[in-house]
Design a protein around this ligand. Structure first.
Ligand SMILES: Nc1nc(O)c(N)c(N[C@@H]2O[C@H](COP(=O)(O)O)[C@@H](O)[C@H]2O)n1
Length: 151
């Protein structure tokens, strides 16, 4: 049975990038995958650190989507790799949510976002669901490489 997630309050809320599961990447701590993802839109500029330090993932998303900040020119080419790296690190860093992810077996995972047709499935289910696909890939990577987890 397909597993849908969206709000952090739902059963599979830990799959959301807004879930409060921090991790270290590039020598610094990120409060959520959303913080990391949004900040990378401005890598090597002061905006990156500014976003890293905001309190909530909602604030990070708001800042990252604000086009007054100039988006790095290669963003469309690198965004999937950045998302994959952050989601993998999140699940490598937290045993509790790793077990939830592994416990989904081979089920399809779908970000049930009514507005996001790229990372989610969109209102009518026609979206690309790239975040769901990345979660399924991360599940496979963790299963194949159990030695690469932080306890
Ligand atoms: N909660 C929530 N609200 C939205 O408006 C969304 N688009 C999403 N989806 C998540 O948004 C992130 C990517 O956003 P942008 O590419 O910067 O627009 C990503 O974490 C999606 O899972 N969620």
């Amino acid at each position: 049975m397909t597993i849908y997630f969206y709000s952090t309050r739902d059963r599979y809320g830990c799959f959301s990038n807004f879930s409060p599961h921090g991790f270290e990447l590039e020598g610094v701590y990120w409060s959520t995958t959303e913080h990391y993802f949004q900040a990378q839109k401005f890598a090597e500029t002061p905006h990156c650190e500014q976003i890293r330090q905001v309190k909530t993932p909602k604030d990070a998303a708001k800042m990252g989507r604000d086009r007054k900040r100039p988006l790095r020119p290669d963003w469309e080419q690198v965004k999937e790799e950045i998302m994959g790296k952050a989601v993998l690190k999140k699940f490598q860093s937290h045993a509790d949510i790793r077990e939830i992810l592994l416990g989904t077996g081979e089920e399809e995972i779908v970000e049930n976002s009514p507005i996001d047709y790229y990372w989610g499935c969109g209102a009518d289910g026609s979206g690309k669901n790239r975040l769901g696909v990345i979660l399924m890939e991360v599940r496979q990577v963790i299963r194949a490489n159990p030695e690469n987890i932080q306890t």
